[in-house]
Design a protein around this ligand. Sequence first.
Ligand SMILES: [Zn+2]
Ligand SMILES: [Zn+2]
Length: 355
Amino acid sequence: METMKALVYRGKERIELTDRPVPRILDPRDAIVRVTLSTICSSDLHILHGTVPRAKEGIVLGHEFVGEVVETGPEVMHFSPGDRVAVNVESFCGECFFCRRGFVNNCVKGGWELGCRIDGCQAEYVRVPFADTGMNPIPASVTDEAALFVGDVLATGYWAAKIGEIEPASSIVVLGAGPTGLTTMMSARLYSPSPVIAVDINDHRLDVARRNGLCDAALNPLRDDVESVVKALTDGRGADRVFEVAGAANTFEQAWRIARPNAIVVLVALYPGPQELPLHRMYGKNLTFKTGGVDANSCGEILKLIDAGLLDTSCMITHRAPLNDVLKGYRTFEKQEDGCIKWIITPYEHERDVK
Ligand SMILES: [Zn+2]
Ligand SMILES: [Zn+2]
């Protein structure tokens, strides 16, 4: 049996780079994709730390990647071997009640499966279910690196900005300037908000946001009184839209406090535990909360915006190394060492094994 290298989740706090059989077509709608680039996502860390109860032990981790189709099942209509594809974090049938309404995260036959309930992409090959809906062709003029985040972190930022109903000159605050925060800011820019205020405790990440024109003001809660600065920047009202992507101990409370009355507060963060919603303290503030796991149903649209130069995630790529070094990648990414925002995994280098 042909084998490949893959990063396997063995249970809480245990991952292992090991040999696994190369995946095969199991359903007529599957495709097998050779992974050309993948990355580590904070959801992978959540699985590693045991805070994703639906994650299965023994699966290959990873759900953010691009690749080349090597085989398709007999019912795959839109792809053939050799196609370059950006793959969606969500597997969805395209036919059920939720899919027909664009709520692909709630597909009755899918949702977040890859690298959570079935083998994911931190490997040399991956089986993609519902290939026709879950894969998007990468235009010839878009590089693999430029398309790498389309199926997950960029889809999330794009979706967050969309459900945030940003109007021109809306004041917005993005809590968290990590990968999802940065993609939320760049997607929000498509709607011409002003000002965009980024908040993070990591100055390097704030710098990246500022230098790349993703925000107009950058606040560090370790130094700035976020609530009063946001009020000062919004004529004393608070922000029109707040995007909570940080998921830290106090960021949920901060999100609704810095929102103006009648604001929309978009909660994208995956919290490790319960949050308190003290309705008696916000009575009359008439907030709209939108919560979320991404509905990644706009990947084709996002690829067009990348091709047109309107979305550019290159500022997030800080590290590149082959799959051989993936364990180091997990440590560096989690600790945000060496300015790490996104650790890019290039294909396994077998020649390094032959000493
Ligand atoms: Zn992810
Ligand atoms: Zn469905």
